[in-house]
Write a protein that binds this ligand. Structure first.
Ligand SMILES: [Zn+2]
Length: 246
């Protein structure tokens, strides 16, 4: 677990190949995503590392209901019951009324190259024992309405990676928590970190995902906090224009 203070009480935490964020206001915390199931302990440790306890968490906001983003939620809820919010169209996914996730067979097909083999081994180990995990507690956050939580994050529907994928915009700090709508690195992506889409195998609807980029490009923001990879400090309009050319 690695922790980086981005300023303004916002902390980026990197777990097993995935990020979550802690947004603080005084003692109170909003948790943005929650890592893999085996990141549950690291999630609690990250709260302790910034001097907060599970009881300080006001809510978890979830960008989408893939196992690598919701996995730490049960460990947190065992310590302290808090609301779990996600996009209106993502709630059914979090409840596992439907599943939009890479299958074990698709995962194994990534083994053709060395970086795919390493990622597959790590991911199978991290995911398989928890394949049936869901978040029945998840409820919907209204699109475009700032949440009454630390950071006053605004949920914005950005479908494509999953049907109900939602980014969270923190207007006061110019930060976009982009989840997997836009990432900067992933073990399956070649080359140095840069804003880019995840490989096609992860995305429910890539054409829709590209259309959703315009939502990010219109935001007054200059800090991109992705679900995977390092922070990118640049105007979102510029980042989105670059990704559109790829
Ligand atoms: Zn992810």
């Amino acid at each position: 677990m690695q922790l980086e203070h981005l300023g303004g009480g916002v902390h980026l935490v990197t777990g097993t190949n995935v990020n979550w964020a802690l947004v603080t206001e005084g003692d109170a915390v909003t948790v943005v995503d929650a890592g893999y199931p085996n990141d549950g302990r690291a999630l609690l440790e990250s709260l302790a590392a910034i001097g907060r306890r599970p009881g300080d968490v006001q809510a978890v906001v979830l960008t989408h209901a893939h196992l690598d983003h919701l996995g730490g939620i049960p460990a947190l809820l065992r310590e302290h019951r808090v609301p779990v919010l996600t996009g209106e169209a993502e709630v059914a996914h979090a409840h596992r009324e439907r599943l939009e996730q890479i299958s074990p067979a698709q995962m194994l097909r990534q083994c053709g190259q060395w970086r795919g083999l390493v990622w597959t081994m790590q991911t199978v180990r991290a995911v398989l024992p928890h394949a049936s995990m869901s978040v029945p507690e998840a409820t919907s956050a209204a699109n475009g309405v700032p949440l009454d939580l630390p950071g006053a994050l605004t949920p914005l529907a950005t479908p494509g990676h999953t049907t109900g994928h939602t980014v969270y915009y923190m207007a006061s700090a110019g930060i976009v928590f982009s989840g997997d709508a836009l990432v900067t690195a992933h073990p399956l992506l070649p080359g140095p970190p840069r804003p880019q889409l995840l490989p096609r195998v992860f995305n429910e609807n890539e054409a829709e995902m590209r259309r959703s980029l315009s939502v990010l490009g219109e935001l007054e923001a200059d800090i991109l906090v992705p679900g995977h990879g390092p922070v990118e400090r640049r105007a979102l309009a510029e980042i989105v224009a670059d990704v559109g050319l790829q």
